[in-house]
Design a binder for this molecule. Structure first.
Ligand SMILES: Cc1cc2nc3c(=O)[nH]c(=O)nc-3n(C[C@H](O)[C@H](O)[C@H](O)COP(=O)(O)O)c2cc1C
Length: 145
């Protein structure tokens, strides 16, 4: 099983979350490549069973919550029909932003299997379950134990 983990991170929380995601994929027996979202490994993405994409929660009073770092996120390549799991880190309140991330990634052609948000101070709480649920939802074949 091959996975790619891409992250957009200003202050390191989402990068840390991405590292936990990559660790959980490896613990499940997968091979993983981890990179910033604006430096995507195209060959690895083309051969990936699943791509995890993480960013931070950017809140605006009028516009609501949205995926942070849009300038970098917009450099993402088309992800046609690749199973994608989105994750986000936040400080206080994530709103309904996981839905916004899923819609954003779907516009890139991704087949979004799951999107979840994680409190930056509580990492890695919930990451192992998120990865297990994403692999199951993407019907990724895991090596037998
Ligand atoms: C411009 C801006 C807006 C933010 N808006 C929110 C918000 O609405 N809700 C929230 O819980 N955190 C908000 N945060 C906090 C970040 O989402 C949080 O610190 C995140 O973990 C940062 O990830 P990073 O360290 O990978 O950059 C905001 C941060 C910035 C810079």
């Amino acid at each position: 099983m091959k996975a790619v983990v891409l992250y957009e991170s200003r202050t390191g929380n989402t990068r840390r979350a991405a590292e936990y995601v990559a660790g959980a994929v490896q613990a499940a027996g997968g091979e993983v490549t981890i990179r910033p979202v604006d430096d995507p490994p195209m060959d690895d993405i083309a051969n990936a069973d699943i791509v995890f994409i993480g960013t931070w929660v950017d809140g605006a009073i009028i516009a609501g919550h949205r995926p942070g770092g849009q300038r970098n996120m917009n450099t993402l390549p088309g992800l046609w029909d690749i199973p994608v799991a989105g994750f986000m880190t936040y400080a206080v309140y994530p709103g309904k932003v996981t839905g916004a991330l899923a819609r954003y990634l779907e516009k890139k052609g991704a087949s979004v299997v799951l999107a979840r948000a994680f409190h930056r101070k509580r990492l890695p709480d919930g990451i192992a379950e998120f990865v297990a649920d994403a692999l199951a939802a993407a019907e990724v074949n895991l090596p037998s134990a």
